[in-house]
Design a protein around this ligand. Structure first.
Ligand code: B12
Ligand code: SF4
Length: 313
């Protein structure tokens, strides 16, 4: 049997990947200059790691010498649960309710590569799930997975924006998807208007320094900047506001991946519990969870900021 793009798409579906688009590695995302502009504006805030190796980020053929094709994958993480309206709790963003997507997605992409190797044992590949300097969103747009929404998340017509993105770089030539999905945002500005911190500084562009997601996950400072702390709107880890208000997220569908179901059925965590959490209990509660990215000290800081700025009933 020959390894064709059609076969790869069938294999991807068989390992539980929801969307696949395949493009030639030389089809570089057109907006690489925008990435440099984003850095020049300082919108990366303290995420110095994103400034490293810009040439690799811009060109997968440098990241993975021999790369001929880019297989972009999307994994639906929507589960039909909501946050509880409880000021004594901090809301966890939807993407972090279940098991860490890096592990779940990598496992699926590994399974895909193994199945591809059964057909073409000589194939060389590199998997990217946030571990490599690779521009997931730009490639997802190029591969026809969806369009870059004004919130700067990739949105699809069938699954909304509740998708993770990943990729497999391979050293073989394949048939490519040429149909790019048109920008369906139209005149809607719901994400920009609703963002409580004004982080979407212009359509498609997020200033991380103003974003609640950045402040609650990536920021390592001991204290939360006051202008964000007073606008947290109950979020202790990440923020989904710009996606919750997106009209395209009315078309979400529950994921078939049970590991994305909320752990301990929790979509929010008690602020008191976090403020008094011991390290051993933190390790158990957040084992295999993306939330570990914030570290216990970051979660406690977030809980303190919420407690100090949210009136309790
Ligand atoms: C750094 C990062 C962040 C930063 C910066 C966010 C950002 N918007 O870039 C912070 C910490 C804030 C963040 C937050 C979130 N993130 Co994040 N993040 C990343 C990461 C690691 C790199 C993204 C990056 O390169 N940013 C740099 C900027 C320059 O890239 P960009 O947005 O693609 O920039 C383009 C546009 O600005 C565009 N552009 C600029 N001007 C214009 C004008 C026009 C007209 C057009 C058309 C385009 C355009 O050109 C730029 C270059 O391509 C990716 C994973 C990866 N490896 O790609 C995940 C990723 C983007 N994040 C993801 C998620 C889920 C989130 C959150 C939803 C998590 C949460 N619930 O809290 C939030 C969403 C916040 C938001 N509104 O963006 C997913 C997004 C999935 C999707 N559907 O798109 C990714 C892809 C992770 C993954 N593997 O699935 N994230
Ligand atoms: S994640 Fe929250 S703070 Fe960041 S851009 Fe979206 S709405 Fe604004």
């Amino acid at each position: 049997m020959e390894l064709t793009s059609t076969r790869i798409k069938e294999l991807a579906a068989s390992v539980g990947i929801d969307r696949i688009g395949i493009v030639g590695a030389e089809n570089l995302p057109v907006d690489e200059s925008r990435f440099r502009e984003w850095l020049a504006n300082g919108y990366q805030a303290s995420m110095a790691w994103i400034e490293r190796e810009p040439e690799k980020r811009a060109d997968p053929r440098i990241l993975f010498p021999g790369c001929r094709s880019v297989i972009v994958a999307a994994l639906n993480y929507y589960t039909p649960h909501e946050h509880e309206p409880d000021a004594a709790k901090g809301k966890i963003s939807r993407y972090a309710w279940g098991d860490d997507y890096h592990d779940v997605f990598r496992e699926k992409l590994n399974a895909l590569v193994e199945k591809m190797r059964e057909i073409g044992p000589e194939i060389q590949s590199k998997i990217c799930v946030d571990t490599a300097p690779f521009m997931d969103k730009a490639w997802a747009v190029r591969a026809g997975i969806g369009w870059l929404g004004k919130s700067s998340n990739v949105i699809t017509t069938g699954l909304g924006s509740w998708i993770f993105l990943g990729a497999v770089l391979v050293d073989v030539e394949l048939d490519y998807d040429n149909d790019v999905v048109a920008d369906h945002c139209g005149s809607c500005t719901a994400c920009i208007d609703t963002c409580p911190t004004g982080a979407i500084v212009e359509p498609y562009v997020v200033d991380a320094a103003k974003c609640i997601s950045y402040a609650t996950i990536e920021l390592r400072d001991e204290e939360m900047p006051q202008e964000i702390a007073v606008n947290l709107e109950g979020w202790i880890y990440g923020c989904d506001i710009c996606q919750d208000v997106c009209p395209w997220n009315r078309f979400e569908k529950p994921t078939a991946e049970s590991r994305f179901e909320p752990r301990e059925l929790e979509t929010s965590v008690s602020l008191d519990r976090i403020e008094h959490l011991e390290h051993e209990d933190y390790v158990v509660r957040f084992r295999k969870s993306a939330i570990k990215r914030a570290k216990l000290s970051g979660l406690k800081r977030n809980a303190r900021a919420l407690s100090a700025n949210t009136p309790r009933q």
